[in-house]
Design a protein around this ligand. Structure first.
Ligand code: SAM
Length: 285
């Protein structure tokens, strides 16, 4: 396991992922009933952008830096920006929140977060980062732990409402297959759950195959694809964009996607081929 998220913390892909996650939780919070979030690939929870490793790539300068520099950000960005600001003093951008940090910041006292991390060292850091919060929040940190196994072990949740976030590093050649298998297992146990599967867009053929495989899962409920391209897909062999396959997306999130994508797409663009879109991969039956 070579992947360390510190090199990419706060980059365009994190902004896309984390903004949509904060919006989803905002819509979950509109109902009184508690929910559970399972974050299968948690990372370390909080990232020091001044660290040597983050400084090697400085990817955040083309991600979160661009967002926090805006003076008149729309209301839908505020919960995300506020969570970033709460980690920092005096409008500095030194610390960046990872997905478990953002989730715990937005969830309410009765909501529950289960977070997994497999990397030995990152598992220790994640536990240390989240420990001070465990008195006030319902947190279960499973680390080191294979997040894919937690999908089978932890679903369905007692709350009967919630979100499974699957955000792997995609360093293994079979990672898309593992995501498909995890979703299949998850849906067998919990058909009404919301599942947000993040993926990098490098090779368009792999993405087309992934989408096809999602549609062939037995009984797959309504599923949305949301994608952000920061340059055209054929411009280079690297990370040209990223997306979510989102099974049972919150209704309120779907309704505001036009606005969200219209805002972040030009802001995060790195060349003229940049664009964003969403479409139903599986329509409601
Ligand atoms: N979700 C995090 C966030 O948004 O802040 C970032 C996660 S990063 C893209 C992927 C993480 O998954 C890495 O920290 C990696 O060590 C971890 N990982 C890799 N394989 C895993 C597995 N099978 N189960 C759990 N974690 C895994």
């Amino acid at each position: 396991m070579n992947y360390r998220h510190i090199y990419h913390a706060g980059n365009f892909a994190d902004v896309f992922k984390h903004l949509l996650l904060t919006r989803a939780l905002n819509h979950f919070n509109k109902k009184n009933k508690p929910y559970m979030v399972l974050d299968t690939h948690g990372g370390i929870g909080k990232y020091d952008l001044d660290s040597e490793l983050a400084g090697k790539t400085e990817e955040f300068t083309q991600g979160i830096s661009r967002l926090v520099e805006q003076t008149n950000s729309p209301a839908f960005v505020q919960p995300y920006i506020e969570s970033v600001k709460q980690l920092n003093d005096d409008n500095q951008l030194r610390f960046y929140p990872g997905s478990p940090w953002l989730i715990q910041a937005l969830m309410r006292a009765d909501d529950r977060l289960i977070v997994c991390e497999l990397h030995q060292q990152d598992a220790v850091t994640l536990k240390q980062t989240l420990r001070p919060l465990s008195g006030s929040k319902k947190l279960e940190v499973l680390a080191p732990q294979d997040g894919y196994q937690a999908v089978s072990a932890k679903l369905p949740p007692a709350e009967k409402r919630g979100l499974v976030v699957i955000d792997p590093p995609f360093e293994q050649v079979d990672e898309f297959d593992r995501v498909i298998e995890a979703l299949t297992q998850g849906l067998r146990r919990w058909q009404s759950g919301s599942y947000a599967l993040w993926y990098p867009i490098k090779d368009p053929v792999k993405i087309a195959n992934f989408h096809r495989d999602v549609t062939t899962i037995a009984g797959i409920p309504k599923t949305l694809v949301i994608e952000l391209m920061i340059r055209s897909p054929d411009e280079c062999a690297g990370l040209n964009g990223c997306g979510f396959v989102w099974v049972n997306p919150p209704f309120g999130l779907v309704n505001e996607l036009d606005e969200i994508l219209a805002y972040i797409s030009p802001l995060l663009a790195q060349s003229e081929g940049a664009e964003s879109h969403y479409r139903w991969l599986v329509e409601e039956s």
